[in-house]
Design a protein around this ligand. Structure first.
Ligand code: GDG
Length: 473
């Protein structure tokens, strides 16, 4: 069996997944994929070192070998806090107003990608499949090619891909995208982001797109395709049935004392539309004063990227907004918004989802959104809650039986909350059944098999069978 070398910005130790609390979607996804492979996961340790050495820290935990490097403070500032999170992240989420263009960031990004290439090179054997993740490492494949790596290499982008007009505002955008064409497979979450990428390749680079969507460039054929990521369904459902989940569910249910509950779970990020969500809930309360004492919104929002100013700003804005809304609608016996700035273990989270009558998932832009899928998976099929989902998430293209909303329209989201609260049981069940089938069938195993198959150059089911046989052998 070919080994898998997974490369991502951060490496998150598999065992810690449940306990860490504020795990991002990428970490959750990769833990599951790696457990089933004789693979290596390489990336930044998250630690700082005074001077970069490239020393590899190797560990074997829970069937996954991890190899990490430490980075210098300047690397972290320019590459991670800088180009990745102040330039590419906002730009890829259509937030050109928050996008910062600083030459030092670009240089730091290229320097750290080169450091990644140097450090991972000795780990790569001739038959390994190399799978690079996300916007932090777009040029890594081309740097590895420059060092003679001939292996099959793929890139999966977890974020959206922006429209050509927006991307063209990025200095040296052609260089960045050209470097991506050294991968054999480039994966996106949805057809929409794939379409934007192909549009760029055609219009800005003058390359022809073949009928099957592949691109021919410098004598090589590149597969560009959508691979919608899913959740680890079996693991999640098992967790949702645990004592820990049940206790969390009962505790939360008791605390709301018969009131209906809406839940939001998001990293504290401006792309998640939390301000608009709170305002929509406030609008619902204003328009339905009889409901004010009967409904509560629980928002779990573990802080992230706290070194970046726009994240400090969103945190302040939300604190102010929560205080304002609670001040306007609270009574002595209740507050309408419970806003919690911390993470919880996954099993507890599953219990919280199940306790909620509505999953309120309203990002302004999101590559996929795994929270929507987790909410669906955690429901009681006999008495399921209702998912309200932003049409601007990748998940909305699959979860079409959710109540789809435009998160910018405060009135519409407010009305949709009302509709969800009044939805008859039969409709809730009908919608949930379809949503659940999608979440279960297009899970993370399916996603991984499809991507790895494309890396092999085969169709997805073939690779799935092959991997299963290899596992059994
Ligand atoms: C990126 C893309 C794409 C959140 N709070 C807690 C917690 N979480 C977990 C959730 C979920 C994950 O974090 C968040 O995943 P999302 O997909 O919603 O969002 P991002 O972090 O922005 O992820 C996104 C994803 O990558 C995968 O490709 O879907 O579009 O932006 O699993 O449950 N987990 C725990 N405690 C918390 O308090 N344990």
């Amino acid at each position: 069996m070919n080994r898998l070398i997974v490369i991502s910005n951060r490496v998150s130790v598999p065992n810690a997944a449940g306990a860490a609390g504020a795990q991002g979607g990428l970490a959750v996804a990769l833990n599951s994929a790696l457990r089933e492979h004789r693979g290596i996961w390489f990336g930044w340790s998250g630690q700082e070192t005074e001077e970069f050495t490239g020393h590899l820290n190797m560990q074997r935990i829970d069937d996954v070998t991890t190899a990490t490097i430490d980075l210098e403070p300047q690397d972290i500032e320019e590459y991670y806090n800088g180009y990745a999170n102040r330039t590419l992240w906002p730009l890829f989420h259509y937030r050109i107003d928050l996008t910062e263009y600083d030459r030092n960031f670009g240089e730091g990004y290229e320097r750290v990608n080169a450091r990644f290439a140097d450090a991972v090179l000795p780990l790569i054997e001739p038959d390994d499949l190399v799978w690079v993740h996300d916007y932090h490492l777009l040029p890594l494949g081309s740097l590895l090619r420059g060092k003679g790596v001939k292996n099959r290499m793929g890139l999966f982008l977890h974020t959206p891909w922006p429209p050509t007009r927006l991307l063209a505002s990025l200095p040296f955008h052609e260089r960045l995208v050209s470097s991506m064409l050294e991968y054999d497979v480039i994966g996106f979450q949805t057809e929409e982001w794939l379409g934007s990428f192909l549009h760029y390749v055609e219009k800005e680079m003058g390359l022809a797109i073949n009928e099957d969507g592949s691109i021919d460039c410098n004598g090589r054929r590149i597969v560009a395709q959508a691979f919608p990521i899913g959740i680890d369904y079996d693991e999640f459902v098992e967790g949702a049935r645990s004592d820990e989940a049940r206790e969390a569910h009962d505790h939360l249910k008791a605390s709301v004392r018969g009131r209906k509950m809406l839940i939001g779970v998001d990293r504290l990020d401006y792309s998640k539309g939390l301000g608009e969500r709170f305002e929509s809930f406030s609008r619902f309360l204003t328009d339905n004063p009889d409901q004010a004492a009967r409904v509560v919104l629980l928002q779990i929002a573990p802080p992230s990227r706290g070194d970046v100013a726009s994240y400090q700003q969103i945190r302040e804005d939300l604190e102010r907004k929560t205080g304002h809304i609670n001040g306007a609608h609270a009574d002595v016996a209740f507050v309408p918004i419970r806003y919690v700035n911390r993470g919880y273990p996954r099993r507890q989270l599953a219990g919280f989802y199940r306790a909620a009558d509505i999953g309120l998932v309203t990002p302004l832009r999101d590559g996929m959104n795994l929270v929507a899928k987790e909410y669906v998976a955690a429901q009681d099929p006999d008495d399921p809650g209702v998912l309200i989902l932003s049409q601007f998430t990748g998940a909305a293209l699959q979860l079409t039986d959710a109540l789809l909303v435009n998160p910018h329209s405060i009135e519409h989201v407010g009305e949709t909350i009302k509709r969800a609260l009044e939805m008859p049981l039969a409709e809730r069940r009908r919608r949930h059944e379809k949503l659940l089938a999608s979440v279960r069938d297009e899970d993370i195993v399916h996603w991984r098999n499809q991507f790895v198959a494309a890396l092999f150059g085969r169709d997805g089911d073939g690779a799935g069978d092959r991997l299963a046989r290899d596992e059994a052998a």
